[in-house]
Ligand binder design. Structure first.
Ligand code: CP
Length: 364
């Protein structure tokens, strides 16, 4: 096979349609003249990813750099995941996470066993998650689990002996969503990946419209943002709740020694933010709940001219579609990029980095 890398045809489709001003930062921003440091990615081989705490800053950056290469170039012919079987076990609804993981695997030549909802498994007959985990050892090489229960990870891991990726556990975490979030941010502002601390005046003001203690994507985004604390001036959480964090996140915030505040004054805070991360859906107890839904933004909201908006989606009324065709919209790029950053993660966990084409710039 020729060693020359061909452009990825998919990227043409991901360019916003003519007339739309939607942000679409180029993957080349992150990968040109910037070889992937393989030693950081090799640390992931055979690992499970249950929380952002399983990832270091170096690993996140190298995953995003590799994702940028996978986004730019046609990698399918190299069959990086050939012979690997991945089970997507989704016991809770999903559009993006399950399908982008499945797309990632299939575009790299691997195979998928797809469980789109728990009702098609023995759970319907009363089977335990523990026993299902034991069965998965024989059927596949990795499990990607979404479940309504925060303790589902420990339960399935009781007998599981293959890597497990947390695709959202109740109000717990969603670590690969945070990878997609930061992949979008690093393409938008590649200097966030360098090691030089930002001058205080140049650090990002990060705003969160949501409740990190109850919203798994928001919590994982905040935890991953702390890995980049040298580039962040302050974090402002706009929430209906006086204490929106939950004990474990507060400990991380305190340890990071980062300036943070909690407010319910969206009018005053919004115009000060460089990055706005928002969400309104939480899975709490037995059902979905809408939190912080009185905070809504649209194209007339008082955003900084260059502010970007991230949203893990699905959205409800908090994020107006009038923002879709504006320069604030980083959320579509964030969702699309998930395919590539998940490919980078799976290639690393499966120890298949050596199957990537030699033309990819890497250092050991
Ligand atoms: N971002 C996210 O988790 O979306 P889905 O619920 O559609 O997977």
């Amino acid at each position: 096979m020729s060693n020359e890398l061909k452009p990825n045809q998919l990227t043409e489709i991901l360019v916003p349609p003519k007339g739309a001003d939607t942000l679409h930062p180029k993957p080349g921003n992150l990968s040109e003249d910037n070889p992937v440091v393989l030693k950081h990615l090799r640390k992931l081989e055979g690992n499970s990813i249950l929380t952002v705490r399983d990832l270091s800053r170096e690993v996140v950056i190298e995953l995003c750099k590799l994702a940028a290469i996978l986004e730019r170039f046609e990698i399918a012919p190299y069959h990086v995941l050939e012979g690997k079987i991945v089970t997507t076990a989704f016991f809770e609804a999903s559009t993006r996470t399950r399908l982008s993981f499945e797309s990632s695997v299939q575009r790299l030549g691997g195979s998928i066993l797809s469980i789109p909802e728990g009702g098609v498994t023995g759970v319907k007959k009363g089977e335990s998650l523990e026993d299902i985990g034991e069965m998965f050892n024989a059927y596949c090489d990795m499990v990607i689990l979404r479940h309504t229960d925060t303790d589902s990870l420990e339960r399935i891991q009781k007998y599981l002996r293959i890597p497990l990726i947390n695709a959202g556990n109740g109000s717990g975490e969603h670590p690969t969503q945070a990878l997609a979030d930061w992949y979008a941010l690093l393409k938008w502002r590649p200097s966030l990946a360098d090691t030089k601390p930002a001058k205080k005046s140049e650090g990002l003001s990060l705003g969160i419209l949501g409740t990190p203690g109850s919203m798994r994507a928001v919590k994982s985004f905040l935890l991953m943002s702390l890995l980049f604390k040298s580039k962040i001036r302050r974090v402002a959480v706009i929430s209906e709740y006086a204490d929106p964090f939950g004990a474990d996140v507060i400990e991380d915030l305190e340890r990071a020694d980062i300036e943070y505040s909690v407010t319910n004054d969206i009018q005053k805070t919004l115009p000060t933010l460089d990055v706005v991360y928002m969400n309104s859906i939480a899975f709490l107890g037995e059902s979905y709940k809408t939190l912080d839904s009185r905070y809504k933004i649209d194209k007339d909201s008082k955003l900084k001219k260059d502010a970007v908006i991230l949203h893990p989606l699905a959205r409800l009324e908090e994020l107006s579609t009038t923002l879709d065709d504006t320069r604030h919209n980083l959320y579509f790029s964030q969702a699309h990029g998930a395919v590539f950053v998940r490919q980078a993660l799976l290639s690393s966990i499966f120890g298949r980095l050596d199957r990537l084409p030699d033309a990819i710039p890497t250092v050991s």
